[in-house]
Design a protein around this ligand. Sequence first.
Ligand code: ADP
Ligand code: CA
Length: 416
Amino acid sequence: MTEDEGAGGRVLLLVPTTSYRIGDFLSAAERLGVAVTVGSDHQQVLEQYSEGGTVTLEFMDPSRGVSRIVGFDRDYPLAAIVGVDEETTLLAAMASQALGLRNNSPESVKAAGNKHGFRTRLANSGLLAPRFTLLPAGDDPLEAARNSFYPAVLKPLGLAASRGVIRANDPAQFAAAVRRIRAILDHVEGPGEARRHILVEEYIPGGEVALEGLLDQGQLTVLALFDKPDPLEGPYFEETLYVTPSRLPADVQDAIAETVTRAIATLGLREGPIHAELRVNEKGVWLIEVAARSIGGFCSRALRFGPHGRLEDLILRHALGRPVPAVELERPASGVMMIPIPAAGVLRQVSGLDAARALADIDDVTISVPLGDTLVPLPEGNRYLGFIFASGDTAEDVEAALREAHRELEFTVEPA
Ligand code: ADP
Ligand code: CA
């Protein structure tokens, strides 16, 4: 053990260089008094950290990653491994298994992390589920389009943040969507043959919610249930507003938690954060996705648990096997707007930030794309333009504040 090990132990955070989350996790680790190693796929960004503070890993090759982590653990014993984003949850689970640390089984993470695997695993669970079919990488889009049900949602198996998710109402839109998704997959680094197929699902109408939860030995604690008050009807599904508490009736909220509980049991997920998305209509509650990670982007900043810190504090506490306190949000309501990308092109100017920040109930406005960078809208885009955070007395207040702050912002985008 090295000197900075302390009583807190050492946690390995697996974070892709593209992650938004590292700063918030490092702050949480500091509050908890644990030493941190950042495991990432790129050396440059890591140079600022101290000895034992970094390890470079090839995320595309998990078995090599596991050996490297096991070797690292001999010099710097690890008390927990946390896979911060979608790309790293599997490696975190595999390495945790190798070292006997608390995490999900790799099988369960794999099932949740592949959209077709997810639908297949849940098919006999008794939960409501859309029809679905897999379109193999080489198959003719026109023929598949002729045989499909409509409206359909087409999506890649392993991307996130709605990238490549496209609704098709007829065969022409279907064939166009297939070509567009395949072009996106061509640009994604090494998704592997199995990830080049496309999942086709029946379109599920209805309002959408997101459930942020923490699992402990298979027990789900709901940390927040967010409504998504902007309609998400396609053809692309850009996320904008998240507001908690949900304004859905209590019995529907219970049904949502019950659905997620049954899904995680079916998938075999047992430990750590989960982010689930569901739709609600007159037939009931439908799962869209259950991810074995916490909410993406900077969105976790919408959750502040007073003296117990942030979502990242709870995740680290749980991973380290420390007691996780029962938490309550600091304010009765809070929310975040993922700022929609207004147009494709080069971001030249953002104005109105001060006016937006000065509004009642607005906690912060962050632009996460530097001026001069290119904005790419969905379905190809994979970067958030920015985030507006609000908290207040009611969900209505928070939603109104987020919308008002967004109206204050003006973006100058020069066509590329
Ligand atoms: P990602 O992992 O990229 O977020 P999702 O499967 O969660 O992909 O899809 C992104 C969004 O697309 C969802 O939040 C939802 O709004 C919409 N969507 C996905 N599948 C369906 C479906 N079967 N019916 C209706 N909307 C869907
Ligand atoms: Ca999703």
